[in-house]
Design a binder for this molecule. Structure first.
Ligand SMILES: Cc1cc2nc3c(=O)[nH]c(=O)nc-3n(C[C@H](O)[C@H](O)[C@H](O)COP(=O)(O)O)c2cc1C
Length: 323
């Protein structure tokens, strides 16, 4: 089909797509070319049964990868139209992209695309400097541009109230041996193409921490190296909580994270209060917002860090067999 995408276009865009974040860096995606369309699929062989029983996390990750894919295609001058979950009989296909009218990329698309290789989860303490109002506004705009909302928790008491919900969700998860085993199995002491490098896991949680960290076996903190006293906590929400809503939220997540990177900000994610249904309900009620919380981010000015590894693109791309 001469109006479709080519294998080369898919492979080039997938190189950016795989830089998306995913739970425990499992990278639960595949990309394939079918009848000229690039399709993004959830890779069920990378399912996390104890941590992500419903597949929410995999759909968020695939949505984030889809956002990178859209950006890469747009910056190459071949933007795509996107259909989410195009085949009811194939729920693992989260999106299908077809070529739109070719055009030059916008400066905003170029800036976000340039941020893809620089973004990473920064779990270390941030500097205490507050995030300026115009940057906060741009983060909210990024969510709205993807049909989602971003609620910024302002002030010590709002953050402390959220911290209590997050800590109680963290304790619920930690009581489950299967959850702990799954997390520990994805921490990597040696170099690896997936999982969380021990050096990126962030420091161990201490009793005085306002927010729980996931416990990726990081190092102990030196005395006095506390987290920032007033972190900027941002809750991303979507209008509903269907599988499509979760893919939409994944795209919004990535747009927010890339916007933050472009603004010189760092971010880490904490999803314990999203994964425990009672905590998610409590969070939703405390925000008083219509819709469903899909992710929580801590955003601020971080110390330098480095991106985590990914599997080679050839491992995640399926090309049509030539007749
Ligand atoms: C759905 C989802 C949930 C996540 N939850 C957490 C979390 O609770 N704690 C955390 O430190 N990182 C969390 N992350 C971040 C991943 O661990 C991270 O994206 C992955 O290890 C790849 O590293 P990178 O973000 O540096 O590229 C989450 C990411 C996704 C997509």
């Amino acid at each position: 089909m001469d109006t479709g995408f080519t294998v080369e276009q898919m492979r080039a865009a997938a190189t950016d797509a795989v830089r998306a974040p995913s739970l425990h860096n499992v990278q639960p995606w595949r990309f394939r070319l079918r009848d000229g369309g690039i399709e993004v699929l959830v890779d069920q062989t990378r399912h996390l049964p104890a941590t992500d029983p419903s597949g929410w996390g995999a759909r968020i990750a695939c949505g984030a990868a889809l956002f990178n894919l859209r950006l890469a295609l747009a910056v190459a001058g071949t933007p795509a139209t996107v259909r989410l979950r195009p085949y009811p009989a194939e729920p693992d296909v989260v999106a299908r992209l077809l070529p739109d009218v070719p055009r030059r990329p916008t400066p905003a698309e170029q800036a976000l695309h340039a941020a893809i290789p620089r973004r990473f989860s920064n779990r270390a303490p941030f500097w205490p400097d507050p995030v300026p109002a115009d940057a906060r506004w741009r983060l909210g705009e990024a969510a709205r541009a993807e049909q989602c909302w971003l609620e910024l928790l302002i002030g010590v008491s709002a953050v402390a109230a959220f911290g209590e919900i997050a800590h109680s969700a963290h304790r619920v998860l930690e009581r489950d041996p299967a959850y702990r085993a799954e997390r520990d199995a994805w921490v990597r002491a040696e170099q690896s193409a997936d999982g969380i490098p021990a050096a990126s896991g962030g420091p161990q949680t201490e009793p005085q921490d306002v927010l729980p960290s996931r416990g990726f076996g990081g190092r102990n903190r030196a005395p006095g190296r506390d987290f920032e006293p007033e972190p900027l906590v941002a809750v991303l929400g979507s209008p509903g909580n269907t599988a499509v809503d979760q893919v939409v939220a994944g795209q919004a997540l990535q747009r927010i994270l890339l916007t933050a990177t472009d603004l010189g900000l760092s971010a880490s994610m904490l999803s314990q209060p999203i994964e425990v249904p009672s905590a998610r309900d409590q969070l939703r009620l405390s925000l008083g917002r219509f819709g469903t919380p899909q992710m929580v981010m801590r955003i601020g000015y971080g110390q330098p860090g480095w991106p985590t590894p990914r599997r080679a693109v050839d491992e995640v791309v399926d090309v049509p067999v030539q007749a």
